[in-house]
Design a protein around this ligand. Structure first.
Ligand SMILES: NC(=O)c1ccc[n+]([C@@H]2O[C@H](COP(=O)([O-])OP(=O)(O)OC[C@H]3O[C@@H](n4cnc5c(N)ncnc54)[C@H](OP(=O)(O)O)[C@@H]3O)[C@@H](O)[C@H]2O)c1
Length: 261
């Protein structure tokens, strides 16, 4: 296998587009997600279109020991991973104290723990052999607190901080860590996270464009990339550190109130 990318959440949305871009360039893939039939469809599509090898691993990454199981499967098959794209993630709408705790615990497990553990498993190999790139899908949500998605925003703040810190630790290494921060993007995330009918998700960016921005930034070894955000939102986000916290909280809360489904 050649220039292999391990992509979590490759079965749909941004992850599927990352897989497609990687395949378009003639490279092979290990695609991880929980939905087996969507992974099989992806493998068949990319094989037919680009003739690349796609190994699929159907794994619910929120299960105990999932990251080690994925790493073990790759090692056992003798596959050398060149690119690690930690992209799988989900959100969840509602007031924290009213939400199902098990759902939020699973979210933390996937968005934070599994991303960190997969990085911990693969990064020493990348550093030792002096090549390899990591792309972590965070969110513009990482830049502000998120009333009505409190846990999700906090998980993404972790991803941005963690990814940027690793980039700092690797400043003298050819190994790179890139943090992708999409704005509201047209994927399954919107319905699975209960965000239909909110102002924030009324105008959605293209997952193809977001994936391309992330992929290109990873290839250039950039630290951060924001994609799929309207100019007005970019300007507002850049002003956040200077605005009163109550104003920021009310703006985000109002943007995430469900007005119509
Ligand atoms: N869409 C947005 O507006 C937006 C904005 C900012 C950041 N993001 C981030 O972008 C990333 C990709 O999301 P998306 O927008 O492309 O949404 P999506 O279409 O819902 O894709 C999510 C991917 O994660 C996988 N996944 C979810 N739960 C999983 C589990 N328990 N085990 C294994 N895989 C799991 C899904 O696969 P299965 O269903 O097959 O398990 C799917 O491939 C996420 O980290 C998300 O937080 C999205």
């Amino acid at each position: 296998m050649k220039n292999v990318a391990l992509i979590t959440g490759a079965s749909s949305g941004i992850g599927k587009e990352l897989a497609t871009i990687h395949a378009e360039n003639g490279n092979d893939i290990v695609a991880v997600a929980s939905n087996l039939s969507r992974l099989q469809d992806l493998r068949d599509e990319l094989d037919a279109e680009y003739g690349v090898n796609v190994i699929i691993i159907a794994q619910d990454l929120t299960e105990e020991g999932a990251a080690k199981a994925v790493f073990g499967a790759v090692q056992e098959a003798g596959i050398e991973i060149e690119y690690l794209m930690n992209n799988a993630g989900f959100g969840g709408h509602g007031k924290f104290h009213e939400r199902d705790w098990e759902q939020d615990a699973r979210m933390i497990q996937l968005n934070v723990v599994v991303l960190t553990e997969l990085t911990r498993l693969f990064l020493p190999i990348f550093v030792e052999r002096k090549h390899g790139r990591i792309l972590n899908t965070s969110s513009t949500a990482s830049l502000v607190p998120g009333p009505l998605q409190a846990v999700y925003y906090a998980t993404k703040a972790y991803v941005t901080s963690f990814s940027n810190a690793l980039a700092g630790e690797l400043h003298d290494s050819p190994v790179t860590v890139t943090n992708l921060m999409p704005g509201a993007t047209n994927t399954g995330f919107v319905t699975s996270s209960g965000l239909e009918g909110t102002d924030m998700f009324s105008d959605l960016g293209s997952p193809v464009r977001v994936a391309k921005a992330g992929y290109d930034a990873m290839m250039r070894g950039e630290i951060d990339v924001v994609s799929g955000l309207r100019l007005s939102h970019r300007i507002t986000l850049s002003l956040v550190p200077f605005l009163p916290k109550r104003l920021v909280l009310s703006q985000v809360r109002e943007g995430q109130e469900v007005k119509a489904r």
